[in-house]
Ligand binder design. Structure first.
Ligand code: ZN
Length: 112
């Protein structure tokens, strides 16, 4: 079993990931990378869910972070953004999980 990542880096800006059994406030599964949590560079992921759902939650919160960093204002409301991410996240995770050749190509060493 893989070790839970404790952080991720986007262009040198590090966000810390914490895993907690229960989330107070925010969503039920992960803490949104917005407001105070985003400013602190912190994502919280709930552990009391299936291993797959935990990973999906982490990807979900990273997608919020990416949209925020991109400055995307396409979404009229947070609810719309939430729906967009919730619909996309399981497919993106499945593509990355089920296509090792694609994954290797995308993340080939030195291709960055
Ligand atoms: Zn969300």
């Amino acid at each position: 079993m893989s070790v839970r990542p404790k952080q991720y880096d986007i262009d040198g800006d590090v966000t810390t990931i914490t895993y907690v059994p229960k989330i107070d406030g925010g969503s039920a599964e992960g803490y949104p990378t917005s407001g105070d949590a985003r400013r602190e560079g912190l994502i919280r992921v709930r552990t009391k869910q299936t291993r797959w759902d935990e990973r999906a939650t982490l990807l979900h919160e990273i997608m919020h972070d990416c949209l925020m960093r991109a400055g995307i204002r396409t979404f009229a409301t947070l609810k719309t953004e939430e729906l967009f991410i919730t619909l996309l996240e399981p497919y993106l995770l499945s593509v990355l999980r089920d296509n090792p050749e694609l994954r290797d190509y995308l993340f080939e060493e030195g291709a960055r």
